[in-house]
Design a protein around this ligand. Structure first.
Ligand code: PGA
Length: 251
């Protein structure tokens, strides 16, 4: 009942030309894919051109970040409604790299996610523990704080426009993926938490993506887990064939 969502996070890679070429390569490889929501997230400067390149396809566009104000004297920021204007339907919020290098907190994640949803975007809210936190047995506590803080003040209705991405920081870009069981364990905890905060129906409906070194050869095992509803893919999304193989995990 939950449509799987596979999102490619292109991070700080690819010029406009490279990004449009990638989406043009991807289109035929996923054209016959159904029952999977396919999303790619290029850098801001490539968004509107990639949007033009993907027009009429089954690929959706995401930004990698946004601000929470609609407009004003906020030099360097981009508002959710401008992302919509550029063709986005989704936005990634609170990726661990933003938390680690750009000072994002559960509070800023919460404001951004609310503003994104108010502007009509789907917010992909990222959570995940560091290696030190996992080794100190703090994984569940960290996840609980991040999910509770990130979704604070959400209505059940607004939650239907949110997606949670569980990305253990130690698995991002390291080639070291969480095992299927490790990922499922945390996903089940997140769904239980959403049930406690927003009710069972909301928990049953929300999609929880796994991220962290997802590749064509490990996606099937991850997607077979009860509470894993998709993937947020970094490195393997930068090439059309590997990303298409992940999108087509069920083939
Ligand atoms: P990775 O990145 O697939 O390269 O580990 C995932 C992410 O950062 O979203």
């Amino acid at each position: 009942m939950r449509t799987p969502l596979i999102a490619g996070n292109w991070k700080l890679f690819k010029t406009i030309g490279e990004a449009t070429a990638l989406v043009n390569d991807l289109k035929p490889l996923v054209a016959s894919t159904s029952g999977v929501e396919i999303v790619v997230a290029p850098v801001f400067t490539a968004l509107s051109r990639v949007s033009e390149a993907m027009a009429g396809s089954n690929i959706h566009l995401a930004a990698q970040n946004c601000y929470w104000e609609e407009e004003g004297a906020f030099t360097g920021e981009v508002a959710p409604k401008l992302l919509k204007d550029a063709g986005c339907s989704h936005v990634i919020i609170g990726h661990s790299e933003r938390r680690q290098y750009f000072g994002e907190t559960d509070g800023t994640v919460n404001k951004k996610a609310k503003a994104a949803i108010a502007a009509g975007l789907t917010a992909i809210v990222c959570v995940g523990e560091t290696l030190a936190e996992r080794e100190a047995d703090k994984t569940f506590a960290v996840i609980e704080t991040q999910v509770t803080g990130g979704l604070e003040g959400f209505s059940v209705e607004s939650l239907t426009h949110a997606v949670i991405a569980y990305e253990p920081v130690w698995a991002i870009g390291t080639g070291k993926t969480a095992s299927d069981a490790q990922a499922q364990e945390v996903h089940a905890v997140i769904r239980g938490l959403v049930a406690k905060l927003f009710g069972q129906a909301a928990a049953d409906g929300i999609r929880i993506l796994y991220g962290g070194s997802v590749k064509p050869d490990n996606v099937k095992g991850l997607m077979a887990q009860t509470d894993i509803d998709g993937a947020l893919v970094g490195g393997a999304s930068l090439k059309a064939d590997s990303f298409a193989a992940i999108v087509n995990f069920a083939a």
